[in-house]
Design a protein around this ligand. Structure first.
Ligand code: IPM
Ligand code: MG
Length: 370
C-alpha cells in the first residue's frame, strides 16, 4: 500500500461539515499515534457546490473523486435548495458520484451496540446483539432508469415517469458481493424484491438463485418480498444476516434497519465499485443519515456514523483492520461510559455536543493504544 493514501473529503451540507471535523481529528490522531498518513484534500458537493459553482458537482471534483483512493462524504441537501431544477439539486451531486464511480455495492451494516439496546424504539430483546448487513444495489434501478421525466399531456394534465430496470450482469455482480459477505458471516442471504408484481423482480430472483446454485452452494438463500421484509425487520430482525436488494428497496429498508440500532446517527456505509486488475476498488464512505438541516451548525449532531464510515474506509480501502477495530472499540467504550449525543440520549446518560463526543473518542483512542 502506498504511503500516501489519497482521500477526497466532501463534507457537503447541513451537519456534514461538523461531523466531518471529528473525522479529521481522528485522522490526525492516526497520523500521530499510528504513523498512518492520509493525504486528505477537500472538495465541494451538494448545495455548497451549487452556491460556489452553480452545479452540485463540478467535472473537476468528479475527476478528483475518480482519481482518489477513497472518498469520504458527509451529507447533502437542505430546504434552501429544495426548489431548484432537478439537475441542480444537491442530491444529483451525490447520485453522479455513485454512478460515475460505478459504486454498485452499498454496504449498510446495522449493528446494535449493547449500550444502546434501550435507545431503540423496539423492545430490547428484539434488537440486542443484532448484526445485519444490508447490501443495496446503488447504480441501477429506478434511480437511474430511462425513460424518466415529467411531460404535459394533450389535455393539459401532466405525467411523471421513472423506470425500474435491471440486467443480468447488474444483478449478478451485486449478488456476488452479497454471497461473498455472507461467507464471512452467518452464511445466510435474503434476496429482496417484489417478484409478485414486477418483472424486474422476477429476473432479480431468478438470477440470484442461479448464481447461488452455481458458485455459492454453501450459502442459505431465501427470497422475500420487500413489503414482508420491512415487516420482518421490525418483527424479528435477528432472522437476517445479509439482505441483498435493489436501489429503491435498499434505500427504504436501510432507514428502517437504522432505527433498530437506536438512531440514524449510528449507521455508516461503504459504497464499492468493481475490482480493478490489482484487486482495488473505487470506494466512497458516508453515513446513512442526511444533512439534518434542523440541527445543522448547532454542534449537536451525532458524529459516530461518520466516524464509523471512516473506520469502514480503513478496513475496505486500506486493509487496516486493526485500526478500524480500534475506532469501533472506542465508539463502543464511549457509549458504555454513558456519553451520548441528543439523538441517542437516555435517562442517566450525559448529553454532549458533537465536539465533546469527538473529544471522548480521542481520549478513548489514547487509552486503548496506551
Ligand atoms: C441515501 C439517501 C440518498 C438516496 C438521497 C440523499 C439521494 O437517502 O443515501 O439513503 O436516496 O440514495
Ligand atoms: Mg436513504
Amino acid at each position: 500500500m502506498a504511503a500516501n493514501r489519497k482521500v477526497l473529503v466532501l463534507a457537503g451540507d447541513g451537519i456534514g461539515p461538523e461531523v466531518m471535523r471529528q473525522v479529521r481529528r481522528v485522522a490526525d490522531w492516526m497520523a500521530k499515534r499510528r504513523s498512518l498518513s492520509f493525504d486528505l484534500s477537500d472538495g465541494l458537493v451538494g448545495g455548497v457546490a451549487y452556491e460556489a459553482h452553480g452545479t452540485p458537482l463540478t467535472d473537476e471534483t468528479m475527476q478528483d473523486a475518480i482519481d482518489a483512493d477513497a472518498v469520504l462524504l458527509g451529507a447533502v441537501g437542505g430546504p434552501r435548495w429544495d426548489n431548484l431544477p432537478f439537475d441542480k439539486k444537491p442530491e444529483r451531486g451525490l447520485l453522479r458520484l455513485r454512478k460515475d464511480m460505478e459504486l454498485f455495492a452499498n454496504l449498510r451494516p446495522a449493528t446494535v451496540f449493547d449500550a444502546l439496546v434501550d435507545a431503540s424504539s423496539l423492545k430490547s430483546e428484539i434488537v440486542r446483539g443484532l448484526d445485519i448487513m444490508i447490501l443495496r444495489e446503488l447504480t441501477g434501478g429506478v434511480y437511474f432508469g430511462e425513460p424518466r421525466g415529467i411531460t404535459t399531456l394533450p389535455d393539459g394534465t401532466r405525467r411523471g415517469i421513472n423506470t425500474q430496470v435491471y440486467t443480468t450482469p447488474e444483478i449478478e455482480r451485486v449478488a456476488r458481493v452479497g454471497f461473498e459477505l455472507a461467507k464471512k458471516r452467518a452464511k445466510k442471504v435474503h434476496s429482496v424484491e417484489k417478484a409478485n408484481v414486477m418483472e424486474s423482480g422476477v429476473l432479480w430472483r431468478e438470477e440470484v438463485q442461479k448464481l447461488r446454485d452455481k458458485d455459492f452452494k454453501d450459502i442459505d438463500l431465501q427470497h422475500m418480498y420487500a413489503d414482508n421484509c420491512a415487516m420482518q425487520l421490525v418483527r424479528n430482525p435477528k432472522q437476517f444476516d445479509v439482505i441483498v436488494t435493489d436501489n429503491l428497496f435498499g434505500d427504504i429498508l436501510s432507514d428502517c434497519a437504522a432505527m433498530l440500532t437506536g438512531s440514524l446517527g449510528m449507521l455508516p456505509s461503504a459504497s464499492l465499485g468493481p475490482a480493478d486488475a490489482n484487486g482495488r476498488r473505487r470506494a466512497m464512505y458516508e453515513p446513512v443519515h442526511g444533512s439534518a438541516p434542523d440541527i445543522a451548525g448547532k454542534d449537536m449532531a451525532n458524529p459516530l456514523a461518520m466516524l464509523l464510515s471512516f473506520a469502514m474506509m480503513l478496513r475496505y480501502s486500506f486493509d487496516l483492520d486493526e485500526d478500524a477495530d480500534l475506532i469501533e472499540r472506542s465508539v463502543k467504550n464511549v457509549l458504555n461510559s454513558g456519553i451520548r449525543t441528543a439523538d441517542i440520549q437516555q435517562p442517566n446518560t450525559a448529553r454532549v455536543s458533537t465536539t465533546t463526543m469527538g473529544d471522548a473518542i480521542l481520549r478513548e483512542l489514547d487509552k486503548l493504544s496506551a
